[in-house]
Design a protein around this ligand. Structure first.
Ligand code: NAD
Ligand code: IPM
Ligand code: MN
Length: 363
């Protein structure tokens, strides 16, 4: 199985390296034969190849079974005409990745990681399903000295396909979808709401409600347990998912999967290149490692391996080797190493269990 790595800029390479080492450990111990191929995207690709998404990167991604991405962007390219972020947007468009799944949950006993009061954070478990290839991000853009515009369009088909992803995901969870829009003002939101209601008729077992985005922004941190699956358009989803990271305790914890209809998915932490801590081995690697777990499950169908990696991550969060954003003083590489030590222990326990079962059968 070929995994393309796109470390990108800032802390991207630091966190991706920790995730890669976890995948390598699993590959060795579970006989998965992963093959890694590293390519450039973002600012580093502009510097090396003159564009944020070189043809060689697209070629490798199209051929891949799954793609693990770090982050793109940084002050060095902020005033350039070609921006690193364009590479990420183009990659999503080229691969047809119209649905972006961003889960956040509060692990029992770890409510203290959240800046929210424990009784508010307790038991929160939200999945944001963000539309990823439409809306104002991809509409016609005009910019002059005196006026600018970003056209926001959605077609019924674009809303339908991402809504199906949300309703299907809800079936494997608490069977509730909250669709978030601004239908009191925006035409695109009126179409969004109508279309989501039509799609919902095919899922009578899933409860649907609607919220305006301003009110949802408040409810997310006041009553996070109110949400199960939060379905929304591209820009609202970008903003609300960063806000949602507060529930779990740090943006450095959150992972994402960008998926389309077949073809490889892109798995990446939701955070950016964090220029303020880049190059210092301070970043939290958990979001990248949790993205590797999503890659295993949603990208490669390796559910058991994904569960073991997630369990090792949870073990580490219950421990004391934590990065600064989680209140600890561990480096990115030390926390990554701790997660792999715990992963190794879980794999050893599993192997011992399998040995015991087979020797029992032999006996
Ligand atoms: P950011 O997510 O990079 O950083 C916001 C804050 O969160 C910073 O204080 C940062 O130190 C902290 N943070 C982020 N990730 C962390 C981690 N893993 N561990 C500990 N702390 C972490 O957002 P920003 O500063 O607004 O953007 C910086 C650059 O990243 C910009 O160029 C932006 O366009 C880009 N960006 C890229 C992506 C992506 O590649 N998917 C996402 C968001 C932003
Ligand atoms: C994200 C990022 C990107 C987005 C940017 C860098 C284009 O913020 O992945 O959340 O807005 O989608
Ligand atoms: Mn974002």
């Amino acid at each position: 199985m070929k995994i393309v790595l796109l470390p990108g800029d800032g802390i991207g390479p630091e966190v991706t390296q920790q995730a890669r080492l976890c995948l390598e450990l699993l590959s060795d111990r579970c006989g998965l034969n992963f093959v890694f191929e590293e390519r450039s995207i973002g600012g580093i690709a502009i510097d090396r190849h003159g564009k944020p998404l070189p043809q060689a990167t697209i070629g490798a991604c199209v051929e891949a079974d799954a793609i693990l991405l770090g982050a793109v962007g940084g002050p060095a390219w902020d005033s350039a005409k070609l921006r690193p972020e364009m590479g990420l947007l183009e990659l999503r468009a080229v691969l047809g990745l119209y649905a972006n799944l961003r889960p956040a949950r509060v692990i029992k006993g770890l409510e203290h990681l959240s800046p929210l009061r424990p009784e508010i954070a307790e038991g929160a478990d939200v999945l944001v399903v963000r539309e990823l290839t439409g809306g104002s991000y991809f509409g016609e853009k005009k910019l002059s000295d005196c006026v600018a515009s970003d056209l926001c369009t959605y077609t019924r088909a674009e809303v339908e396909r991402v809504a199906h992803v949300a309703f299907k995901a809800a079936r494997g969870r608490s069977k509730r979808v909250t669709s978030v829009d601004k239908a009191n003002v925006l035409a695109t939101s009126k179409l969004w709401r109508r279309t989501v209601e039509d799609v919902a008729r095919g899922y009578p077992d899933v409860a649907l409600d609607h919220m305006y985005v301003d009110s949802a922004a408040m409810a997310l941190v006041m009553h996070p347990r109110r949400f199960d699956v939060l379905l929304t358009e591209n820009m609202f989803g970008d903003i609300l998912s960063d806000e949602m990271s507060v529930i779990a305790g740090s943006i450095g914890l959150l992972a994402s999967a960008s998926i389309g209809d077949g073809g490889p998915g892109v798995f990446e932490p939701i955070h950016g290149s964090a220029p303020d801590i880049a190059g210092k081995d301070l970043a939290n690697p958990c979001g990248a490692i949790a993205s590797a777990a999503m890659l295993l499950e949603d990208g490669l169908g390796l559910t058991g391996e994904a569960a073991i990696l997630r369990a090792a991550l949870d073990d580490a969060l219950r421990g004391t080797v934590l990065t600064a954003d989680l209140g600890g003083d561990a480096s990115c590489s030390a926390m990554g190493a701790e997660i792999r030590r715990l992963l190794d222990a879980r794999l050893a326990a599993r192997d011992a269990h399998v040995d015991l079962m087979s020797s029992n059968r032999g006996f």
